[in-house]
Unconditional design. Structure first.
Length: 228
């Protein structure tokens, strides 16, 4: 595991739970609005936190913490993520995974083996815009659809979410994404917020009134949308 970020306590990243959060290094996407640009490569020269450090912290705090959030980067790129999650579950803690949905086979295995308690999956855009949004020319959107269907048909808690950027996402796009996920799974719109770590400078989010109007116009067809 290449871990390059750690927050000892979070009350917001895992709904309803007291958790810590780790950030793995490396991602197969290059979204221009990514807030974690420093975590995109697998460079191991600096800033790496050992697995043992995290596990020792969990041993000390497992009576205080409910669980751990594993974010990134893209955690499912880590070659030993399965074994690491096993070690966490052996300590009696819940596991929330943040993922871009590009590895449905591993996602399915983790769910089948009861190693995940909550999954938050990012849906970057509609199928026709996906490759441009993630800045990867030859990515198969079918992998995203497969991961969506895995979560929709699972019994574990999950959510889908889209970070919306002006000029990159439209109300028609959100409406189409709603058809991918159906009307039962929670779907969050996260407004883009600029920061120094964003890959592309000059991007803009929406005004809150614009987002509220968007949700209102979508109506019953996307009744499971929430604003975060």
């Amino acid at each position: 595991m290449i871990i390059d970020g750690f927050e000892p306590v979070t009350l917001v990243n895992y709904p309803g739970q007291v958790a810590c959060i780790i950030f793995t290094r490396g991602c197969n996407f290059r979204c221009s609005y990514c807030q974690n640009g420093t975590l995109l490569t697998n460079n191991q020269d600096k800033g790496i936190i050992s697995e043992q450090t995290i596990l020792e912290y969990l041993d000390k705090r497992k009576n205080v913490l409910d669980g751990i959030c594993i974010s990134g980067g893209e955690p499912l790129l880590q070659k030993d993520i399965y074994i690491f999650i096993q070690k966490i579950k052996e300590r009696g803690l819940k596991v929330k995974l943040d993922t871009n949905g590009s590895n449905p086979k591993l996602l399915q295995k983790l769910i089948d083996d009861q190693l995940l308690d909550y999954v938050a999956m990012d849906i970057k855009n509609i199928s026709a815009k996906y490759n441009k949004t993630i800045n990867i020319k030859k990515f198969e959107f079918s992998l995203i659809k497969e991961s969506i269907n895995i979560l929709k048909n699972s019994n574990i808690e999950h959510e889908f979410r889209t970070t919306i950027v002006k000029g990159m996402h439209t109300i028609e796009d959100i409406k189409e994404i709603c058809t991918y996920i159906g009307k039962k799974s929670p779907y969050y719109l996260q407004n883009f917020v600029d920061s120094e770590n964003v890959l592309e400078k000059g991007l803009q989010g929406f005004e809150i009134e614009e987002i509220n109007n968007m949700v209102k116009q979508l109506g019953k067809g996307c009744k499971n949308i929430k604003i975060r």
